[in-house]
Design a protein around this ligand. Structure first.
Ligand SMILES: [Mg+2]
Length: 424
């Protein structure tokens, strides 16, 4: 009923009053009607994703790569594809694919080893632009963001606002980025995929099901090869076919996940945008029973603590972009120093940074009361393969170490380095 009145009054203003009054009146009316009605506000979620992010950064540094089949990844025989350009994707190359296989599919592809610091720097640049504008956003990975724009439609057109934000990101970073705007996270993400490369798409409220209908069922995250085949066996290829299948049948074949899929096929998804906190960190500190001056002891403590926070980082499935070291002297004077780093969860990358910070901070020979290590600028771990040949092996090694640590307690397993005397 209110909606009906709202339309009548708005029509009056559109014909009777000037644009300025119209805007003010519209805003006031929206407020009034939203107060009066019990309807929850219309949700608007934007999903931003940088297009083949690592390749785009490489192209910025070397414009001759533009328009070519480019693969960012490790060595030809042992590495994996981290990401690849759209030109390489045309040949079937995909992220996380062994380089050997990728080179068979696309032998003329140019291979770039990857400049890791630059990726973190550009990721931060985009994060800062979004943080300055968006009321609430989630950094889903190094190159992916969800923005909750609910309520904004009282003041702005959310679609135009999102277009403007995209333009600003492209202008300031020169990186291609796509977005999908919709009433929930799931539809927004799929809209981004459909909009790529370097495009955008708005799925208007109420149009979710129509938008999804013609798409293949494996557009839903979680529908892997196995489920995809199973659904095909059932004669379900498109999301429309999925939406027309009785839930009971889906549940029988796929269990609870079947019902979940059916819900998705209706365009329904209630996932929240989890706010991104720059300050979120993992830290540990140690106050010594007596003040310490032994450098070897202090360094081995520092390494042990860094291993501990790195372990927690991996347990949270995060990467850190910043590390800080804190030293407190007996008179309670506390100093700390931090540095931004390439996103990582690896001990062998974090420990040298911690030691470096410690040396810059520590006044040699003075007794120390407390040492602390803190990791911050945490982001979700999205890089599947890694950029260095040995990293896949190392990641596996960390997983193995961590599972032992979890089982037997963290103190048991320390790398030889921590135990032996440690010098810079
Ligand atoms: Mg991306």
């Amino acid at each position: 009923m209110y909606v009906k009145y709202q339309n009548v009054v708005l029509k009056y203003f559109k014909t009777q009053a000037g644009y300025f009054f119209q805007k003010i009146a519209y805003t006031l009316l929206q407020f009034l009607f939203s107060y009066l009605s019990d309807m929850p506000p219309q949700r608007y979620i934007a999903h931003f994703d940088l297009d083949s992010f690592f390749v785009s950064v490489e192209v910025l540094h070397d414009p001759s790569l533009k328009g070519k089949a480019v693969i960012v990844g490790g060595s030809k025989d042992r590495g994996v594809v981290t990401t690849c350009s759209y030109e390489a994707r045309k040949f079937g190359v995909r992220s996380a694919m062994p380089m050997k296989q990728a080179m068979k599919l696309c032998p003329h592809a140019l291979i770039v080893r990857g400049t890791r610091g630059e990726y973190s720097r550009y990721s931060r640049m985009v994060t800062d632009i979004i943080a300055a504008k968006a009321p609430l956003f989630e950094k889903a990975s190094i190159d992916e963001f969800y923005l909750d724009l609910t309520g904004m439609d009282k003041f702005f057109d959310p679609y135009q606002w999102t277009i403007d934000l995209r333009n600003e990101i492209i202008e300031k970073t020169e990186l291609p980025i796509s977005f999908g705007l919709a009433t929930n996270k799931m539809v927004a993400k799929i809209a981004t995929d459909e909009a790529k490369p370097n495009g955008y798409l708005f799925v208007q409220p109420g149009m979710e099901k129509i938008f999804l209908a013609p798409l293949a069922v494996n557009k839903f995250s979680g529908v892997g090869e196995h489920t995809f085949e199973l659904l095909k066996e059932m004669g379900i290829h498109t999301i429309q076919q999925l939406s027309e299948t009785p839930i009971a049948i889906l549940e029988k074949r796929l269990g609870k996940y079947g019902a979940d899929l059916w819900k998705k096929s209706q365009g329904i998804h209630h996932g929240q945008v989890h706010p991104y906190h720059e300050a979120k960190s993992i830290s540990t500190e140690n106050t010594f029973e007596e003040n310490k001056t032994d450098l070897d002891f202090l360094l081995s403590e520092l390494v042990r603590m860094t291993e501990r926070v790195a372990y927690e980082l991996r347990q949270d499935e995060k990467l850190a972009g910043c590390i800080a070291v804190k030293i407190r002297y007996p008179d309670f004077e506390t100093t700390s120093r931090q540095t931004t780093i390439d996103y990582t969860f690896r001990d062998d990358e974090l420990i040298p940074q911690a030691i470096d910070l410690f040396h810059k901070l520590y006044r040699k020979g003075e007794p120390v009361r407390l040492v602390g290590v803190r990791l911050s600028e945490l982001t979700n771990h999205a890089i599947q393969g890694s950029l260095f040949d040995d990293s896949e092996k190392k990641n596996k090694l960390y997983k193995a170490i961590d599972s032992v640590k979890s089982e037997f307690g963290k103190g048991l397993l320390q790398k030889a380095r921590t135990v032996k005397k440690f010098k810079d």
